[in-house]
Design a protein around this ligand. Structure first.
Ligand code: FRU
Length: 444
């Protein structure tokens, strides 16, 4: 078994395939992370829900498979909630094939016990039948305090559908959001999530998260977001419809979901699948395929471009990362102290060509160029593109890199910009180098 690219501080399944995080919930102090899983192959086969638990969001214990394919279909992505009575419920999409070979997707309810180790499908499944859509999946259920009801967000092709329910069993369609807003592509808007977030002035806004595949910021899968209002029935975008906002500008941050935690007023914590459907089935691991991102707390911040999301790895998680002595795993902080026109090149894994070039382009603007070289056997893995960002007051842009055996999560400008990228270097344990003002390399 070649474990060269097995991360130390990111969740990866013992064996088999993994994609999206599912059913994320904290119950009695335990974080539960379910995930799209095929325990029998390292490719995307019949989906089960794998399961892992943690008490610190960084050391995960893999649990027995939670959901198995049934006569209703295989188990696509979904979510988890805890009711006021302390009952834990899971929602997933059962995926099957029509006689003509098309997709058939319906939403199902599963009852879990309080230890979240026994699971029983509701007898009335599917609780939301298919309204005639090829892509109708990824139910995310949240509690909407002011209307006193449950809201389910679900993929409706190129939009997100909102349903309401008093009892989690009987659901009514309320509204749809998406047409003409943000980025669209031939692919569906999938894996939605939504939560209230306070702006720095204390006003509450709603953050809507949507996966788009293909058509992300860079080629392939990407996770966009919208800031607006939700009145218990419909979501209204506060930004001009053409505004495109991204939770992460890298190639490998998809299907982000936040944990449900009943009664919590803490910042929501998101985890994403650190991969991209373009090449997810070709990643260079053997016993397993798929890793999750680090957990990130989401906040709203004021920027020169308006209200935006900034994300931070929780402090307790950062201290575990800081204390690790495992080779190839750690954190690096850089201060890019640049005059206009200067740049800083960051070269990873002891290689000879840079992977990130930070540039200050104007008094208050800068950019990060992200470069990845081809890996044999992986389609459209290489890239070279640029992410623009507001430059903080003064000359210094803060940059943090979390590196874990080839998985690199770079954040800049106090969590405003994230770039998450997988690498498969010859020496995943080798260190990084940062060179200021080095001339930009020319690639063949
Ligand atoms: C997103 C996704 C979901 C779907 C799942 C299937 O990555 O396509 O929309 O439920 O993966 O594994």
């Amino acid at each position: 078994m070649n474990e060269k690219f097995r991360p130390n501080l990111h969740f990866s399944p013992r064996a088999g395939w993994m994609n999206d995080p599912n059913g994320m919930i904290r119950v009695d102090g335990v974080w539960h992370l379910f995930f799209q899983h095929d325990p029998h192959s390292t490719s995307h086969g019949p989906m089960h829900w794998g399961h892992a638990t943690s008490t610190d969001l960084i050391h995960w214990a893999e649990q027995p498979v939670a959901l198995y394919p049934s006569e209703l279909g295989t188990c696509f992505s979904g979510s988890a909630v805890e009711t006021a009575d302390g009952e834990v419920k899971l929602f997933y999409t059962a995926h099957s094939r029509t006689p003509a070979g098309g997709d058939h997707q319906v939403q199902c309810l599963v009852h879990a016990d309080r230890s979240v180790s026994r699971f029983e499908a509701d007898a009335a499944n599917p609780v939301v039948p298919n309204p005639g859509l090829a892509a109708f999946r990824d139910p995310k259920v949240i509690w909407h305090e002011s209307s006193g009801r449950w809201i389910m967000l679900v993929t409706e092709g190129q939009s997100i559908g909102f349903y309401g329910s008093a009892d989690l069993r009987s659901w009514t369609h309320l509204s749809s959001f998406g047409e003409g807003h943000g980025r669209h592509s031939p692919g569906p808007w999938e894996c939605p999530d939504m939560m209230p977030l306070a702006a720095p002035d204390g006003e509450i806004h709603w953050l809507l998260i949507v996966g788009l595949n293909p058509g992300g910021y860079a080629a392939g899968s990407g996770t966009q977001y919208f800031i607006g209002r939700f009145d218990g029935t419909a979501f209204t975008n506060a930004n001009p419809p053409e505004t495109e906002l991204w939770l992460d500008y890298g190639r490998d941050y998809y299907a982000a979901q936040t944990f449900f935690e009943r009664g919590s007023t803490n910042a929501p914590i998101a985890v994403a699948w650190a991969s991209n459907w373009l090449y997810a089935r070709q990643t260079q691991t053997q016993a397993f395929r798929g890793v999750m991102s680090l957990p990130r707390e989401l906040r709203l911040v004021d920027t020169p471009d308006g209200l935006r999301v900034a994300a931070h790895v929780p402090l307790a998680v950062q201290s575990v990362i800081g204390a690790t002595d495992r080779p190839g795993t750690g954190r690096c902080d850089l201060m890019a102290d640049l005059a206009v026109g200067e740049h800083l090149a960051i070269t990873l894994f002891g290689e000879d060509r840079p992977h990130f070039i930070v540039q200050r382009s104007a008094e208050r603007r800068g950019s990060i160029r992200t470069i990845r070289h081809p890996v044999s056997g992986m389609d459209r893995f290489d890239h070279d593109y640029t992410v623009d960002l507001p430059w903080p007051d003064g000359d210094v842009l803060d940059i943090t890199l979390f590196i874990d055996r080839g998985l690199v999560e770079l954040s800049a400008a106090d969590g405003l910009v994230w770039i998450t990228n997988l690498f498969y270097p010859e020496h995943p344990e080798a260190g990084l180098r940062a060179d200021t003002r080095r001339p930009e390399p020319v690639h063949a």
